[in-house]
Write a protein that binds this ligand. Structure first.
Ligand code: HEM
Length: 141
């Protein structure tokens, strides 16, 4: 096993041109230089997201499984832990599902939210049933 290389944000920021382009997503560093010309969305759009966490930009487009597979082949290392923390505290390194989180958990929604979402359909069905029942049993005017 070879050790994973670790890069700082400062280092990544230097690779911000069409001829030398690194991007940061999911806490990892990708050298996408050779891929830019092949990107169906164009190369420039990727050069524009260098030097910061591009996870959200990538996820906003809803890339296919093929795109994610391609991504795996381009990884060159991890982002330095300190920079991961820094980006996280400034809203970077988007953890999927974070948008609905009600607190600063910066990850999956809280268990309470998950529970309420799970039981909501049953509660609605039960309420509809009770409403129908009460209507049926009440005397007609
Ligand atoms: C190395 C990272 C990336 C890979 C491997 C990649 C790969 C792909 C692939 C394969 C597609 C075709 C549709 C699909 O299969 O999902 C695509 C489309 C697209 N990508 Fe990316 N992408 C990357 C990064 C990005 C980033 C960072 C952005 C935005 C800043 C972006 C924006 C787009 C857009 C807008 C399209 C739609 C193009 C169209 O249909 O007109 N991509 N990408």
């Amino acid at each position: 096993m070879t050790a994973t290389k670790v890069y700082t944000l400062e280092e990544c920021k230097k690779h911000n041109t069409y001829d030398d382009c690194w991007i940061i997503m999911f806490g990892k560093v990708y050298d996408v230089t050779k891929f830019l010309d092949d990107h169906p969305g164009g190369g420039e759009i990727i050069v524009d997201v260098t030097g910061r966490d591009a996870t959200e930009d990538f996820e906003d487009v809803v890339h296919s499984a093929t795109a994610r597979k391609q991504l795996e082949g381009l990884v060159i290392g991890d982002l330095h832990e300190d920079d991961k923390k820094r980006l996280r505290s400034t809203g970077g390194i988007a953890a999927s599902g974070a948008s609905g989180a009600s607190s600063a958990r910066n990850g999956a929604p809280s268990p309470v939210v998950t529970f309420i979402k799970a039981i909501l359909p049953f509660v609605l069905v039960a309420l509809a049933y009770l409403y129908q029942k009460s209507k049926a049993s009440s005397p007609q005017a």
